[in-house]
Design a protein around this ligand. Structure first.
Ligand code: VG1
Ligand code: CO
Length: 542
């Protein structure tokens, strides 16, 4: 029996870079999550009798929202809901599930790399039938609907047992609780040479993987330890916890410091990696060698043909605008197109669907391919392992070889977190107004070539997206990008992306901070970060 619950709109239910993210206490208000989910069901394409995938990263509040989403789905005419056991599905596994089972879409419950717990963050993202994040046209329609919503639909039904594999009926809806790992692990076996990796492990290839008490633990235990034969204990922090053990599940030099320390110690394993809250990011560290995500994208693209899934070559490489141009050089050498999209995986979907790009990546530790429509942390780890197993050289050697061929894009991102929104907006407004005056200006040895606000025209559906970050490009290929985060839940976060290109015959093995020092001072001179915010140093450098 369908029940109609009267409601009124909440302000601010606007999806950001990757879904709607708010504090748990905001999501826990009566009607808050329900309004948003009903708004999704009101506007998205879903044939009668459609299937919906529901996956979550296991953070605090996950089970509560899953139970209410199931009842709302039942009242809205879905025929089937697929949900991972324990309410858990990594984001790439959810994407695969949508594609494999022909679902009309999915709800991905995650705030990804943001911390979890009663006082921390929660998030809901809608993915469409191709398995990828809803494009802007859809998220805008969802938002518009949230501003006028006056009712949501539900059924009176008990909670579903999420911990037992099997089927339950909720009204006319069938809920299938499925193994979250098996389908995903099988997909990975079709892409990578597991036998070659197993052989390398038998010959002594060692690794450590930090699952950060987030969603990848069960996947990593199954794939790395059980299917590939890495020693038990290779996977650290492998049990998903609602508060990620009190840490930020953000795989970077700050939050995965233990991994860094391990990889830079005398007895380091050959390979180290980590993933984030929802399993779509990856961090790659070789023995004594950190690989920036932008470099990882380029190096994986250059070596992907060594994996069976990519033996036929790549159709194109896509990267988000702030990601370094290292991948573009690989694409140029291969004679395939390189695409530059705005930040956020949703912008890669059309390129992947159209067969224009095979591999995509973002500087924020996201890499993936056309096997799903999300970035995929373990996929990147497995592609690295496949390359290492075939090449039988170290991560450091692969990096040096790559730079010797293509040159090196020294790269760092400086984040200024939790700024008062007014300060951040004033900085961006002032900088935007000054862009036309920047070309020709000199900052030490740097001369500005061009400066603009990045706008993207999608080559497939011709949709356009303006204001996607401010770019200051210098003569010689160096660059600074400024943009505000669209995933934070507290104030504003300013991201400053710094990149310096050093050609193959240049200085390839220098300290990144030293190589970027001129750009760091130029960023201050151009944007007045301290003047606007009072901050004299970034909160996080990645
Ligand atoms: C950040 C990253 C972006 C990434 C997004 C979602 O967005 O910069 O590259 O796609 O997070 O990643 P923003 O707007 O805060 O810069 V995840 O792992 O949170 O799904
Ligand atoms: Co994520």
């Amino acid at each position: 029996m369908i029940q109609t619950v009267a409601t009124t709109p909440f302000a601010g239910q606007k999806p950001g870079t990757s879904g709607l993210r708010k504090k748990v206490r905001v999501f826990a208000q009566p009607n808050y999550a329900e309004n948003f989910i009903q708004a999704v069901f009101d506007v998205v394409e879903r044939p009668a009798g459609a299937t919906l995938v529901i996956g979550g990263d296991g953070r605090y509040h996950n089970r509560t929202v899953i139970q209410s989403a199931i009842r709302i789905a039942a009242a809205n005419g879905y025929a089937r809901v697929l949900v991972g056991r324990g309410g858990i599905l990594s984001t790439p596994a959810a994407s695969h599930m949508i594609r494999k089972y022909g679902a009309s879409g999915g709800l991905v419950l995650s705030a990804s790399h943001n911390p979890g717990g009663p006082d921390e963050d929660f998030g809901i993202k809608y993915n469409i039938a191709n398995g990828g994040p809803a494009p802007e046209g859809v998220t805008e329609a969802i938002y518009a609907r949230t501003t006028v919503i006056d009712r949501w639909l539900t059924v009176a039904a008990a909670d579903v047992d999420l911990d037992t594999i099997g089927e339950t009926c909720v009204g006319d809806l069938t809920v299938s609780v499925i193994d979250p790992v098996a389908d995903y692990a099988d997909l990975m076996e079709t892409l990578f040479d597991f036998a070659a990796i197993r052989a390398a492990v038998a010959d002594g290839l060692t690794m450590t993987f930090d699952a950060m008490h987030a969603v990848t633990g069960p996947y990593a235990h199954e794939i790395l330890e059980r299917r590939l034969g890495f020693a038990p204990g290779t996977v650290k922090n492998g049990v998903p916890l609602e508060d990620f053990g009190g840490h930020h599940p953000d795989p970077n030099m700050v939050h995965a410091k233990v991994l860094f320390d391990t990889m830079f110690a005398d007895n380091a394993p050959a390979f180290g990696a980590a993933s984030d809250g929802d399993g779509d990011r990856n961090l790659i560290v070789g023995r004594g060698r950190f690989i920036t995500p932008s470099d990882s994208l380029a190096m994986l693209a250059a070596n992907a043909h060594l994996a069976p899934g990519y033996a036929g070559g790549l159709k194109g490489i896509a990267r988000s605008m702030p990601t370094s141009a290292a991948a573009d050089r690989v694409a140029a050498k291969m004679g395939i197109p390189a695409f530059e999209t705005p930040t956020g995986w949703k912008f890669f979907g059309n390129l992947l669907d159209a067969g224009m790009a095979t591999i995509c990546g973002e500087e924020s530790a996201g890499t993936g391919s056309d096997h799903v429509r999300e970035k995929d942390g373990l996929w990147a780890v497995l592609l690295w392992l496949n390359v290492l197993a075939v090449r039988r050289i170290s991560v450091d050697a692969i990096a040096r070889e790559h730079w010797a061929m293509y040159g090196r894009n020294y790269y760092a991102r400086h984040d200024y977190e939790a700024l008062p929104t007014a300060q951040a907006d004033a900085l961006i407004a002032e900088l935007t107004a000054s862009l036309p005056d920047l070309p020709g200006r000199r900052y030490g040895a740097l001369t500005v070539a061009t400066a603009d606000s990045f706008a993207y025209l999608d080559p497939v559906d011709h949709s356009s997206s303006a204001n996607q970050g401010l770019r200051v490009l210098f003569e010689g290929g160096s660059r600074i990008v400024f943009r505000l985060s669209g995933t934070g839940t507290e104030g504003a976060t300013l991201r400053v992306y710094l990149e310096r290109y050093e050609p193959a015959e240049g200085a390839l093995d220098q300290d990144t901070g030293a190589m970027l020092a001129d750009l760091i001072s130029a960023a201050e001179a151009i944007a007045g970060i301290t003047r606007h915010t009072g901050r004299t140093a970034p909160s996080v450098i990645t």
